[in-house]
Structure formats: C-alpha cells, structure tokens
Design a protein around this ligand. Structure first.
Ligand code: PEP
Ligand code: MG
Length: 877
C-alpha cells in the first residue's frame, strides 16, 4: 500500500519527487544532524490522490496524517490543541520545483481562544501569544479561506493610528487582544461562521488549501512557463513552530551562501529581530544585512556560518536558507538550491569547478538554458547611459537593462506586453497574482520590499530586470502615477531601469547588444565539448548571420528567401514577376531580381566565413506580395510598367486570392507552376557560391532546400529543374562545385512517405511550424486566439507551436527520421521550426539522433547549452 505521510526522519534528499524539494531537504537536514524543528511531509502522491478523489482527502491519508501528528507531538513533547503547552505548526507547500505561484506558508496553526492563553502562560509573554494569534487568523483567513488580506491590513493600520505607534511592535498585549477580536469579527462577517477553534480542522483545511493552490491560475501559468507537468502535484510540510517574535533575543531571516545577483562567494541575506518570516519577505520593516548578526548575536552567527558551509558542501551548490532564532537558539527551517540570476548562475558554476566541487559536466547542468536569455539581450548603450541622470535609486534586484512605458497594474502591463509594447510594471510591491504581468513586462519597479521580496525573487527567476524598494517613488496605483523629485509620471510615460545598479530613469534610454565573454564563454566551451548535436541558425540577412555566428552558430539551417524580397525596391520587380501573363514577361522580371538575390547570397556566404547555409526556396503565398485593390496608385504604376490596364491587374489580384493561403499556392507548388522562379534562385545560389569561394577561398557546398513537399515526384520535378540549371551555370562558368539538394518535412504525408522522399533528398529539415499546423489542423496564424482556453481548461499544458508535441508531431518526426535513414543511412537531419530553440524539444532531437537544430540568432547559446544538457543527461542515464 502506498505511504502518503513521512516524518522528516524517515525521508532524504533523493525523495524529491515524493516529498517535494522542501520536504526532501528538511529530511536531509534532519539526517545530517542540523537543528530542524521536527514535523512531517504529506506526499505529492497524496495531492494527486486528492484530485483523483474529487478534491477530498480520503480516510487512509487522514489516518496517516493523524498518526504522524501524534508521533511529532511525542518528539516535540507538546500536544496539538493543548491548553497548557500547545503544539503549534507551520504548514507550507513544497513541489518538486519551487513554484512562486502557489500557497506558501501558514504559521502558528493550532492556536485558538484557549490555546492562546496557554501559550501566554507557558512563555510568560502575553503580547507574544496574542501577536501570534492575530497573525494566524490573518494568514488562515487569507490563504486558506480566501478572505481579502486588505481587510486585516486596514484594521491593523487603524489600530496603529489609534494607538499612535508607527510599527506593530509598538502595540501592547491589550491592543493585540482587541485586534484578535476585530479579526475574528472580520472572519465571521466574511464567512458567516465563527473562526474555527478545532486545531485538527484548521490543519485539514490548510492541507486542502495547499493542494488547491497547485491548480490556481498563477500556478498553472508558472508551470506552463517552466515546463512543469500538472501531474507532479505538491507536497505539504507540517512543521513544529519556533518563534522569531519572542522578544529581542529572537529573530528570523533568509540567507544565501553566495550572492544570488552576482554569484560572489560571500554569505548574503537579511534578518529581522523579534519578527516572523513573513515580515522579512513582505518588506514592511527594513531587514538588517546578515553580516550585522555577527554583532547582535556572535555565537548564533558563528553557528549559522558553519551550517551554511556544511549545507553548501553537502549539496555542492549555492543554498538559499531560512532560519529562526528562538531565545538565542538557532533553527533551520529550509534549505534549497538558491534561485539566481543568469550572471550569478554562470559565475557560481565556473567557481564551483575551480573550487573542485563540480566536474565541468556537472557545472554545465547547473545553468538553465532558458536563463541565458537575459544575458543575450541588450544593455544600456554606454554613451547614452553616461548622459542620462537617474531620477531615483532602488535596490538592484535583478540585473539587465529595460526601457519601456510605465504601467501601474499587472493586467495593464500584460495587455501592453501582448501588443508588443515594452512595458515597465511599476507597483508599490508585487504579489503572486501579478505573475503574468511581470512575465510580459520588460522590467519591474517597486517602491517597497527588499532583495528577497516577492518582486525580487520572482524577477530573478524569470530573468526580468528589476529595481525594488525604491522608496522615494510616491506611487499612486489608482491614479496611475508616480511622483519623484517634484515631477509626476503617468501611465504610458517612458521609464528605464537598470537592474544591476538600481538606477531608475525618467526617459527611454537606448540599449546595446550582449556578447559572450568571461564565465559565460568558459561555460559554453564546456557545453560545446559535451554536446553532439550541432546548432545552426535561422537567418536571412548578413546582420542576423553575424550575430548568430558571434553567439556560436555553426551555420544557417534555414534561410527563408521570401524574407529577402520585401524591401520597397525589390517588391516592384517581384510584383511584376507574379503578374506576368507570359513566360517571357516573367523571365524579364526575374532577370531584374536575379542580381539582387545573388548579391544577398554573396553577403550571406561572406558573413558565414565557410560555414554551411541551407537556402530554402521561395515559400509564401504569392498574394502576400501584391498590393490590396484599394492601393490604386501602386496598381496604376504596375499596370504602366507591364503595359496593361489597372482593371486587368485587379482581375489578376482576384484570381490569385486564396481562401486558405497557408494551405495554398506556396512552397514547391510555386516552382511546379513557375519553374522560372526555381531556375532564378538556383542561378543566384550557385553563382554566389562560386564567386565567394573564388574570392575568399571558403569551401562552400551549397545546400538547396525545397519546401512544402508532400510527394517524391513533386520533389523530383523541382530537383530536375535545379540540377539542369546548376549544370548550365557550371558550363557557362567552366567550373564545378559540390552541392546538396534536400527537402523540408513539414507536411504529414511527407513524414509518412519519408522513405520514398529520401530517395531524392540528401537531407531533411523538419519544418515543425507547418508540421504542427497540419498535424493538429490548427492555423499557425489563428490558434493563439483559442489556445488560451485550452490551457485554462487543462486540455493542453503548453503551446504546441512553441514546445514540440512529442507525442503526436514528435511521433511523425521520429518515424520520418528512421524511414529517411533506412533509405539513405548518412542522410543529414535537422529541425528548423520555432521548436529548434526550445530546450525540451532540443533534448528530444538529441535523443532521436538528429544532426542539428536551427533556431533564431538569440537562441543559439540557449540551444548549445540545451544540447549539452541533453547529451550529459543521456550519458548519466
Ligand atoms: C516550418 O514550417 O517549420 C518552417 C520552418 O517554415 P516556415 O515557418 O517558413 O513555414
Ligand atoms: Mg514551413
């Protein structure tokens, strides 16, 4: 029979899947003899069962919870619900991966009207007892019962005002007693019943709330962003309370073994005396830096430093720890591998190799590929930043530069982000509800909170630039303004933030590209040594090509030639070609295009310096190049050029109109109808290759790719045209060159008949954009409009256009790769759909033995690292 509840002493670090990260680490710390308040973990499988049983905790699990509770009571020498010496617990969620969207913590559970008196008597501290009770009522009401926190906050503020104190520490026991009654009144008003007095009922409701929080919209969104399956579930940790708010010899804090922003090796963190955990995180009182604990409590500090070192050595990674000091005794409440910025991740990984703690392969696995994104995006232009004057300075919470328009709510920022507007989310402080708005913003700016506040932690995790705790900003979220230095900024005004310095600017500051140097370059060398999958880029102009090469691209996997025709001076010739009535007219137009196209290829081959390039032949629906019928001036000009009437051109536009252009006259279908186009493109590629090879000495082997093939005869037809043209060029120029002709596999029929297609194709490149479109029957252009409902209704967990659907589309890819190899054992296999830059898809590509992935230039380092992860993980299996 499955076991659903484990005491801390029964678990260990390897049981992460079952106990969640927090539970597994609490067990591990218990095993290595660290001072951990004892307790138990309700497993992730119990969470899954809860959902299977219709959101109900079944009797077997209840029995196990009660048994574990009884044993913990014995260990701690206290009793749940006891009126003299009450046992109080914290209840915290803990999934396999830490998830900021979920319920976090309930403290002081077990208190009721009578137990609070017992606690006062036992501790000799009535103020402390009532402070704990009012905190518990507030947290339980908010987190478990979903009563708005602001109800309680405003009652607390009113009480402070009435008593004339600034901080809650100024309230007396009598004040807090009164506040408890007010809080209970709020509960009754909101829920219609009294605040629950039975501690077991409180515990059961809290456990259910953790399980429920696994499926709240924020958690679902976070899972989608981070590829976390919903089937994992969350564990619940029930742990004996220790109190940081027992007076001036008590306190609580969080610390990292290395700086999570820069990676520097030094103990880094904050603590507050006479406080509970949420005071540090909420940023209501300003915490002290951890180093000053040395003065406040030298012995505790020494012990803490020793524990931090033990934990880092034990886990061989930077640790993020939570601790509480109760009457000068130190307790560890949590440890985990700390979240860090990309810059810190690289420095820590490289340092741990130099400190002989990790092998290079292990170090490579310590850096999340997607995290590199922040380092690959622009920083402020050094000249522009020198000339700019900051309007304010906050804490540098998450590095990177961001410039955009100010928005004062998460939803406004999210809306702007979706429209492609660069948004800076400006808030008093952020809460877990803000996660989507934070994700869709370029940067986050808050007036309150410290380096471990919600905004700081979440922004670092997401790789968003963030400046927090910028107290000089007077933010009015309702009026959508902030005021600083006598000037008021409104929604939509330009703001720039520098998450590395904490500076805030009231203007848009231009940004510059990033480069791969230092620790980044060192780690990438190790990644390149580990990976077997090659990484190419999708590029169709020299600028992107150079950027991709600088980021380590090993060639171009997809040059979309239609992207080379959209510029104003070219489109006229292309229109002329499309609208021609006779082959002669079309050839005349193509003759104008040829030198432009050849010039582009020469520039691309030059930028590539000998690296390979797959040139994909023209693939848009033709009408994309035509003017709309309302554009009468353009139509008149074309008519004049072609010696015909505007009416005739209008007719032609009508004739070319397609109801479903994505399924229409595009790809190789164009070459079948108008072989002249393929001929022109072949001349351009081969002539450019011959020229650059001769001039620069690069060994160029052109790769010509025929798109949208569904039938081998179709490929053979176009290939014949290409080969004939190549032979003509060779004859004319009295020279020869090696070349390859291949195809895209992007129509399900092509995947099904890949064995036949491989008789003609020397390589396959999986066009998973179209393959996904046609396998699902979802339009690439429109699916976004309804997929959102698929996520909220849990039909899909991720966007199949971003992360390859390995089950369905992946099955076709795998099958086609195998069939292709059976026909042509040395066939080269790549992928060039958007999925080529997605780490999960890259792992799949490695596992099925593709030769390369091709992705956009900014994703090249991510793909290199993901390919290394895939190779190392496969080796370790
Ligand atoms: C594809 O379909 O995956 C592909 C790369 O081609 P395009 O996106 O240009 O259709
Ligand atoms: Mg395609």
């Amino acid at each position: 029979m499955a076991k659903y509840v484990y005491l801390f002493k029964e678990g260990n670090a390897s049981m992460r899947e079952l106990l969640g990260g927090k539970g597994a680490n609490l067990a591990e710390m218990t095993n290595i003899g660290l001072p951990v308040p004892q307790g138990f973990t309700v497993t992730t499988e119990a969470c899954t069962r809860y959902y299977e049983d219709g959101q109900n905790i079944n009797d077997d699990i209840m029995k196990e919870i009660n048994a574990a509770l009884a044993e913990t009571e014995v260990i701690c020498g206290k009793k749940f619900g006891d009126l003299e010496n009450p046992f109080l617990v914290s209840v915290r969620s803990g999934a396999r991966a830490s998830m900021p969207g979920m319920m976090d913590t309930i403290l002081n559970l077990g208190l009721n009207d009578v137990a609070v008196k017992g606690l006062a008597k036992q501790t000799g501290n009535e103020r402390f007892a009532y402070d704990s009770y009012r905190r518990f009522i507030q947290m339980f009401s908010d987190v478990v019962m979903e009563i708005k926190k602001s109800n309680f906050e405003s009652a607390l503020t009113k009480m402070k005002e009435a008593k004339g104190v600034q901080y809650d520490t100024g309230l007396t026991a009598a004040d807090l007693k009164e506040l408890v009654e007010i809080f209970k009144g709020i509960y009754k008003k909101e829920k219609g019943v009294e605040f629950p007095q039975d501690p077991k009922e409180q515990l059961l409701e809290a456990i259910k709330a953790v399980f429920r929080s696994w499926d709240n919209p924020r958690a679902i969104y976070y899972r989608r962003m981070n590829d976390i399956p919903s089937s994992w579930g969350t564990a619940v940790n029930v742990q004996a309370m220790v109190f940081g708010n027992m007076g001036e010899d008590s306190g609580t804090g969080v610390a990292f073994t290395r700086d999570p922003s820069t990676g520097e090796k030094k103990l880094y963190g904050e603590f507050l005396m006479n406080a509970q955990g949420e005071d540090v995180v909420a940023g209501i009182r300003t915490p002290q830096p951890i180093s000053s604990l040395q003065n406040t409590m030298p012995d505790v500090y020494k012990q803490f430093v020793a524990i931090a070192t033990t934990l880092e050595d034990h886990y061989r990674d930077m640790q993020d720890m939570e601790f509480t000091i109760e009457h000068a005794k130190l307790y560890m409440l949590q440890t985990r591998n700390g979240k860090r910025t990309a810059m810190a991740a690289l420095k820590i990984a490289v340092d741990l190799v130099d400190e002989k703690m990790l092998t290079t392969d292990e170090a490579v696995l310590k850096v999340e590929p997607k995290q590199l994104d922040t380092l690959l995006h622009p920083n402020f232009d050094p000249k522009a930043i020198k000339a700019a004057t900051p309007i304010a300075k906050g804490l540098p919470a998450s590095p990177g530069a961001a410039a955009g328009k100010a928005y004062f709510s998460a939803s406004a920022a999210a809306n702007a982000g979706r429209k492609g507007i660069a948004a800076i989310l400006v808030r008093e402080e952020t809460t877990p509800e803000d996660i989507e708005g934070m994700d869709l913003s370029k940067g986050i700016l808050t007036a309150r909170g410290g380096m471990t506040s919600h905004a700081a932690v979440v922004a670092r995790g997401m790789g968003r630039a963030a400046v927090v705790g910028c107290g000089v900003l007077k933010i009015n979220e309702e009026a959508k303004t902030f005021t600083v230095g006598g000037k008021t900024y409104h929604e939509g005004d330009d703001v720039s933030i520098d998450g590395s310095t904490g500076n805030v600017y009231g203007e848009a500051i231009p940004t510059v590209e990033a480069s791969v140097t230092g620790d980044f370059a060192r780690l990438m060398t190790w990644a390149d040594a580990a990976r077997t999958l090659k990484v190419r880029t999708n590029a169709d102009n020299p600028r992107d090509t150079k950027q991709a090469v600088a980021f380590g691209a090993e060639g171009i996997g997809l040059c979309r030639t239609e992207h080379m025709f959209f510029e104003a001076d070219r489109i006229a010739a292309v229109r002329e070609m499309i609208l021609s009535d006779t082959v002669e007219q079309r050839e005349a137009a193509l003759a104008k295009i040829l030198p432009m196209q050849q010039g582009d290829f020469e520039a691309m081959y030059t930028a590539l310096e000998g690296r390979p390039m797959t040139v994909r032949y023209l693939d848009p629906p033709l009408h994309e190049f035509l003017p709309a019928k309302s554009m009468t001036a353009e139509i008149a000009a074309i008519a004049k050029e072609l010696g015909t009437t505007p009416e005739a051109i209008d007719e032609k536009i009508d004739a070319l109109h397609e109801f479903n252009p994505m399924m229409g006259h595009r790809g190789c279908r164009l070459a079948v109808t108008y072989p002249e186009i393929a001929k022109m493109q072949t001349r351009a590629v081969i002539q450019a290759a011959i020229k650059v090879k001769k001039e620069k000495g690069y060994d160029i082997v052109p790769e010509i790719m025929i798109p949208l093939v569904c039938e081998v005869k179709e490929l053979k037809f176009v290939k014949n045209i290409v080969v004939e043209t190549i032979e003509e060029v060779f004859k004319e120029q009295n020279t020869e060159l090696q070349y390859h002709i291949g195809t895209m596999i992007e129509i399900p029929r092509a995947a099904l008949l890949a064995d036949e297609i491989a008789t003609e194709a020397e390589f396959f490149s999986f066009g998973t954009n179209d393959l996904t479109q046609m396998t699902f029957g979802f339009s690439r252009d429109d699916a976004g409009k309804f997929l959102e409902s698929y996520y909220t209704n849990k039909v899909f967990e991720s966007d199949p256009f971003a992360k390859l659907d390995q089950k369905g589309v992946g099955k076709l890819v795998k099958m086609a790769a195998k069939a292709g190899r059976e026909t042509r054992p040395n066939i080269k296999l790549g992928i060039c759909g958007e999925h080529g830059g997605d780490p999960a898809t890259i792992e799949f590509c490695h596992n099925i033995g593709l030769t390369y992935v091709s992705c956009s230039p900014f994703r090249v380092p991510i793909a290199r690292l993901a390919a290394a992860h895939a190779a190392i993980n496969a080796k370790m299996k």
